[in-house]
Write a protein that binds this ligand. Sequence first.
Ligand SMILES: Cc1cc2nc3c(=O)[nH]c(=O)nc-3n(C[C@H](O)[C@H](O)[C@H](O)COP(=O)(O)OP(=O)(O)OC[C@H]3O[C@@H](n4cnc5c(N)ncnc54)[C@H](O)[C@@H]3O)c2cc1C
Length: 391
Amino acid sequence: MTVSTSTPAVLSEEDERDLRRVVRSIADSFGHDYFTRTALADQPATELWNALAEGGFVGANIPEEYGGAGLGLSALAVITEEIAAAGCPLIMLIISPAIVGSVLARHGTDEQKNQWLTQIGTGAGKLSFAITEPDAGLNSHNIATNARREGDNYILNGQKVFISCLDEAEAVLVVARTGTNADTGRAQLSLFIVDADAPGLTMQKMPMVLETPDSQFTVYFDNVVVPADRLVGTEGKGLRAVFDGLNPERVIIAATCTGMARYAMEKGVAYAKEREVWGVPIGAHQGLAHPLAEAAIHLEAARLMIRTAAARYDAGQDAGEASNMAKFLAADAGIECLDQAMEVHGGSAFTREIGLGDMLTLARLFKNVPISREMVLNYVSEHTLGLPKSY
Ligand SMILES: Cc1cc2nc3c(=O)[nH]c(=O)nc-3n(C[C@H](O)[C@H](O)[C@H](O)COP(=O)(O)OP(=O)(O)OC[C@H]3O[C@@H](n4cnc5c(N)ncnc54)[C@H](O)[C@@H]3O)c2cc1C
């Protein structure tokens, strides 16, 4: 096992400004109309992804020796926020570079990194991530999907739900049970890279209310043969490795939310300045102006917490508390900004042309997923405040 210890470069203020400008101009050239069009056509946002990959942006956090930019999670958060601010929040950025890329960078073998991390770093290939099961829910210790060792292979059986972007992925990083702790009954979990087209793997699209180009799937593993060299990290210690991907996931989800919040605020503020009903712009009424101002304050607080969480992760410090807090604040800020931008737009808020209602549903998703509001509060109660564990 090779553990990467290199610390990514820190972006200067000027570099960050330039990065934001370039990424935003690429994403703006697609815009929310493109995002909606591909979503309604049930297609992935391949053209946007390829344009961003060509610029070297989708693997910003991946080390340079594996095709990435070596700029860390902080840069990926900046990039993600700008893409979402253009009205194109991409779930794939959360999954492939943030979760799987982070886990492989820290726990993959050299061969695994050469083969898979390089694809993630360049954006030429994508990997999905599969932990959620219908019966286990947020309690990963109850995972039932199992991998049994047979000679040079593992045999994988089970079912996962809500697996994002599997139709676009070359492979999926699967969390499976390889044993059970005799004392606690808890699962001993391991990670495997499984080809998306492996014999015995089938996927079924889940009908969702989300209007996004990225889809979710139920995945069935029926005696899937996985070569032993596809095990990532140490057998039975998979949960510890997964945690190295979950903080980046939270930070990049938070950046997706603040991006959507900025998208909403730009629209809401512009409309409040131009729309007149009683002879003055509606933004002159404090009933509209103050909630917008309050939303702007909450948005900036969330952005600061994202900065803190990403910087801690990049510096190799414990980023659990800050990542949870960033996701919590950003999900709420996203919902608040979109809701208030809709308030400002009156009846127009519900037209497809304005492009706010679909984004509000997407922002609302991130209050529940991947870690719910309640579980963040459980984390802060226990780890920040030192209160007894409640479950
Ligand atoms: C659009 C979308 C994309 C997704 N993509 C992926 C993916 O790519 N890969 C993947 O593996 N998964 C994915 N997921 C799954 C997602 O991570 C889970 O839905 C999430 O982790 C919550 O699990 P659950 O739905 O089973 O909720 P449950 O575990 O059933 O929880 C239900 C509710 O109970 C509450 N609750 C549970 N325990 C406690 C407690 N102790 N204290 C207080 N409240 C509690 C929770 O807060 C929550 O509100 C996706 C889901 C969606 C909707």
